[in-house]
Design a protein around this ligand. Sequence first.
Ligand SMILES: Cc1ncc(COP(=O)(O)O)c(C=O)c1O
Length: 395
Amino acid sequence: MPLDTFLPELYAETPSLAGSNRVAVAGPWITEAEVAAVTDAVTSGWYGNATSHIVAFEEAFAQHTQRRFALSTPSCTAALHLLLAGLGIGKGDEVIVPELTWIATASPITYVGATPVFSDVDSVDWCLSADTLEACITPNTKAAIVVDLYGNMPNYHQLQAVADKHGIVLIEDAAQSIGAMYNDKPAGAYGQAAVFSFHGAKTLTTGEGGMLVLDDEDLYNRCVILRDHGRIPGEPRLFWQNDVGFKYKLSNIQAALGLAQLQRLPSLVSRKRALFNLYQQHLGHVEGLTWSNEGDKVCHSHWMSTVFLDAALGWEKIPLMETLRDRNIDVRPVFYPLSQLPAFSGYATQMQQAKARNTTAYHLSPYGINLPSALCLEDKQIIDASEALAGLLLK
Ligand SMILES: Cc1ncc(COP(=O)(O)O)c(C=O)c1O
């Protein structure tokens, strides 16, 4: 894959990356390039230049994802909400999501009054598959949101074929997968539209932030209007709205940071992949570990280095997380199945059906952990964390 190699000299020069005792689960890699871009936005990105960094970031992002349009937003959650509203999805409609994802994939479905339907995931790539998707489609299904879990990507050709067969909209939730590729196309290029997160824990960050990318001009125009309180661009009366919309804009300062990070994306992703390879090397002798599977056509961006433990090892995710945390090693549990969360108790039928159907997600979830994957970590910290984990598992 055409990724730059990691540059150790740049890493060493960056004061904000100086080691800390806590082995962080996630965090960014900020260099002087980002500092310079933000300084420029803070000092001169006002008045006539108030949107210059936003325009440049959106243009570069559309180009990166091979899309016609990109719309920056304050978060990925906002981008999904905006998209569902723009698509006209609402009461009586069902939208399919995978069981194993952050709640934000599903919450916006409820914001527009539609019903989330929780699908099982594939046992190999841990994402929606053509089979698990098709099993959830009903006459009320309007869309499915596919999640590129932890930086992996599923078989989008098969998923799109199912969506086309049933006439539903496919949406790519690429919140975790910037820099990944499937079949020579980048994360964000699949489905009718895709969304990204630039939260501080993500590979590319703007502190908080998000992006919606798409090709359909009418949908784009609707989302532009909804993003700005229902105001039509160029409206001569300025304060005249035909619709009630949202205030979902990214700031110029955040966009400057985002563009500088995007320009360094190959280095960011190379480092994430290097962290994952280090874990595999230093935990390779431990039996009963299942690592993220990078399919033939996939370049996994390893936002998180994730591993599932065989039940026979005797560790579930929460006790393991607490034990490692006592040693200053920060790990996170793999997501709980969404249909297990009290948050969705208002969708009792969906929850019951999902619990009975989604055996893979329920089988995987108790034993999955995200290992420290912060971009500031040094090799030695990964090796020490691997040894600490191996020590616990081999006891
Ligand atoms: C899969 C997924 N979707 C959506 C989101 C929401 O992103 P944000 O926090 O930018 O709203 C996240 C955030 O982690 C995520 O992991």
